[in-house]
Design a protein around this ligand. Structure first.
Ligand code: HEC
Ligand code: HEC
Length: 470
């Protein structure tokens, strides 16, 4: 054989290299491949998909039980709808303060204490603390059951995770499917016609009211794209290999279904925030995107969602699992353009300045407005007409508690967070970036404590009445 003639010249270095490749480097690559899982944690060498799934399915009931016990300990989760007020398409709004007080305390006695005293005595209500993901060490996207069922019915795509279920009860979530309003066609009202808009029905619903570019943007927002937990590799959390997740699987009809996730940016894992899907209604008046990322345009955020947030900020995982590289000048632009058409829901009691029309408002609502712009100082950060200052603020809730671990999540300090707009706020429970507050009453108690406002029970009621008008 002719090649033997060249053997002596390359053998010493080449052979050594081959040996190294076969016996040292390749096993290392293999080991690394096996140890990087959906959350980036190690899963033990030699595990195949079937045994990982079997183990995680077995662990699921205990994980869910522990998390639901945490929710029970923090909140009153009962179904207690308010009378005479609903979300935009009619789902009842839940009423009352749901955050539980420490044993034997009242809100009035608690708010008489200073932040230092509350911190020293461990009296900060547990429901005001950062809310962990249903399984914080594992993380990833989790969808409410009603959404999973409807997508399965329409598209045959199954968003069930074998290791985890969504945690909050349906009556505390936004209405489903939510109405959809367009800035360009306010005359039409809800353009979704009461349906969940998907790849199956969007064309018929929108072909006569959008231009071809906007239609294409909407199509892309409804197109599944591979993601950390839902992809075709065996590092996934769906039983079967998966086509992926659409933007509107969370931002349903351009609004939110309260699907949850861990923020991609923070490390280590226990410091990452749980994040509650924000509504995309009214993104056209906003200048910062993401609770902490503060990306400057809707195009930037659209590109970032698929390339980074879908994969926990890990470009290696993204490549391995099948990232969709969206073309900036057309696809990203079209998606951004469609999102910018999503309008806030109608607020019939507000005038052109975004303030209450005294002829339409009740006495309590008007008193609430006066408080919002006066004693309660809300308008400093939430100015009319959209009730956002388009900035971020550090509310420094950690003045009230000592850092500690909650079900795998380190409650330490949130840092500056985007002032989410309050227009249409009654439609998008739960509240705050992590969804730790369940009702508008909870948000008023939270800010009453955080801002040390000392509001009376009557004043809190009036503020809630005003927030429900926005
Ligand atoms: C897990 C469900 C989920 C999916 C799927 C999803 N998002 Fe999001 N989206 C979120 C969450 C949660 C945030 C808040 C992020 C943060 O706090 O940093 C967010 C934030 C945004 C924002 C900024 C909103 C604001 O008010 O600051 C935009 C814009 C956005 N997403 C667009 C998209 C697009 C486009 C896609 C598809 C490529 C997408 N999202 C897919 C959950 C999701
Ligand atoms: C110092 C600025 C500041 C003041 C003052 C302020 N807020 Fe906020 N507000 C914020 C920020 C920042 C967020 C987002 C916090 C988060 O998500 O963790 C927020 C969030 C909210 C939310 C939840 C929004 C959502 O989409 O989940 C409500 C409701 C709210 N504020 C109501 C009020 C009320 C009522 C007052 C007055 C009593 C008030 N705020 C005063 C900055 C402020």
């Amino acid at each position: 054989m002719r090649w033997f003639r060249f053997l002596p010249t390359w053998l010493p270095s080449g052979f050594a290299l081959s040996l190294a490749l076969v016996f040292v480097i390749w096993p290392m690559v293999q080991a690394q491949d096996k140890s990087s899982t959906a959350d980036g944690s190690s899963k033990g060498q030699g595990d195949d998909f079937a045994s990982v799934m079997a183990r995680m399915k077995q662990a699921k009931p205990a994980i869910m039980k522990k998390h639901l016990a945490l929710l029970e300990q923090r909140y009153d989760l009962s179904d207690n709808p308010a009378k005479g007020v609903t979300m935009s398409r009619g789902k009842p709004i839940q009423q009352g303060v749901r955050v539980k007080l420490p044993e034997g305390w009242t809100w009035e006695r608690l708010t008489a204490l200073s932040p230092e005293e509350i911190r020293a005595k461990g009296l900060f209500p547990a429901g005001f603390l950062p809310l962990p993901h249903p399984n914080h060490p594992e993380g990833g996207m989790v969808f409410p059951k009603f959404h999973i069922d409807e997508i399965k019915r329409q598209e045959g795509r199954d968003l069930t995770r074998f290791d985890l279920d969504f945690d909050l009860p349906d009556h505390l979530l936004p209405e489903f499917p939510p109405p959809m309003y367009l800035t360009t066609r306010p005359d039409l009202g809800d353009v979704s016609q009461g349906k969940l808009v998907t790849i199956e029905n969007y064309y018929d619903l929108f072909k006569d009211i959008l231009n071809p570019k906007q239609l294409e943007g909407l199509r892309l927002l409804l197109t599944p794209m591979a993601q950390q937990q839902f992809n075709a590799t065996d590092d996934r959390r769906s039983e079967k290999p998966h086509r992926g997740v659409t933007c509107f699987d969370c931002h349903v009809n351009g609004h939110t279904n309260a699907a949850t996730h861990l923020v991609g940016d923070i490390r280590p894992q226990e410091f990452r925030h749980r994040i509650d899907t924000p509504s995309l209604r009214g993104v056209h008046v906003q200048r910062l995107f993401g609770s902490q990322r503060a990306l400057r345009s809707i195009e930037d955020f659209t590109e970032f969602e698929q390339r980074a947030a879908y994969f926990d900020g890990d470009p290696v995982a993204a490549t391995r699992k099948g990232v969709t590289i969206l073309e900036r000048g057309s696809q990203v632009h079209f998606m951004g353009e469609f999102q910018s058409l999503l309008d806030f829901p109608p607020a019939p009691k507000l005038d052109l300045m975004g303030k209450l029309d005294p002829k339409k408002a009740t006495e309590s609502e008007l008193r609430g407005q006066a408080l919002f712009f006066g004693k309660a100082q809300c308008a400093t950060c939430h100015p009319a007409p959209y009730y956002t200052d388009n900035l971020m603020h550090n509310l420094r809730a950690e003045r009230f508690y000592k850092p500690h671990l909650i079900n795998g999540h380190m409650a330490a300090a949130d840092g500056p967070i985007k002032t989410f707009p309050l227009r249409g706020i009654k439609d998008s429970p739960p509240y705050l970036h992590d969804g730790r507050l369940l009702t508008l009453e909870d948000t008023v108690e939270f800010f009453n404590l955080i801002l040390e406002l000392k509001l009376t029970p009557e004043e809190k009621k009036d503020l809630v009445a005003f927030l429900r008008c926005l």
